[in-house]
Design a protein around this ligand. Sequence first.
Ligand SMILES: [Fe+2]
Length: 365
Amino acid sequence: MHLKNISLTTEGLNIEFQNGAKDCFPYLWLRDHCKDVENWDERSNQRKLFTALVDPNIQIEETKIIEDNKTVEVKWPDMSKTVHYSGDFLYKNSLVNTSLVSDKILWDKKTINNVELEIKFDELAKDEGFKNLLQTIKIYGFSIINNCPTEIKTVEYIANKIGYVRNSIFGDLWSFESNTEMADSAYTQEELRPHTDGTYNHDAPGLQLLLCCEYEAEGGESIMVDGFKIAQILKENDKISFDTLSEIDIPGRYYGDGVELIAKRPVFKSRNQELIQVSFNNYDRGDFRLPNNRIHDFYTAIRKFDKLANDKEMQWRQILKPGQLLIFNNWRVLHGRSEFTGKRKMSGCYINKEDFESVCRINSV
Ligand SMILES: [Fe+2]
């Protein structure tokens, strides 16, 4: 971004960008963001400056625009050399830069389309195919990878392309058939109502991968529901329930197999008014007591959420066949499975949210 004008004021450095946007950058903030060799380690990309030792009332001594209006040169009183700030850097950090648009498309049964969701396993080896996968997960919250080799190594290969396999109480890579020995409801053949995993983790798994390795069964449809769509509907139609699910910290609990994990957060977790995570798992909800005057609103809100999550008009449903892998954002999309009879063998793993975000950044997705 090119720069048009700059001026020093008592508040900070006033900047007018080429597109007419104006912002005032406080001096202390600018001093803290010096990216020269004295203040910044280029090899490790870490701050060298001891910010706490900078004079809180520091001011710029001299400044000018250089390099074809793309850079601001600054002379600070506590440094011998001048420091450069690029127009792009300043604009990126400007409070008036509102170019950040949501890259999510919220969906329901009518608006979700398999053509946009499906990717062939072979395509992941190419840059374009891999970026396509990342983009699809970013936009819709999930993707289906077809023609996968039906072995656990496939899960590992895809996970390692994105980040790394996350270890948990279930191990790193897992395989399961219906197994009544395990404590978790995921091992039964009964209906699994839509939920998110890891409500008992402070940092819930970011992505989940589920590969169908064998299917000799009746039923067992995989179910995906856009939790962000549920949030949108409740926000527009039932503000009390939306607020209730945004405010009340609900404990998730995993007790068994030698551990007792507990974490708490609201169903709708937001930051600066922006929804960042949906967490809902009625199976794993721990015991907790609200003041009596909140009980009614809480159960009403849970009921409304559950009704929407189980409304077939809100769901994508499909029986996964051997070689199909479902990969989904566990911070957004709820997953479930209809009941089945017969044999169904799945393999899967978790990936951390930050590692998915990282691979998206690195690939400019
Ligand atoms: Fe689950």
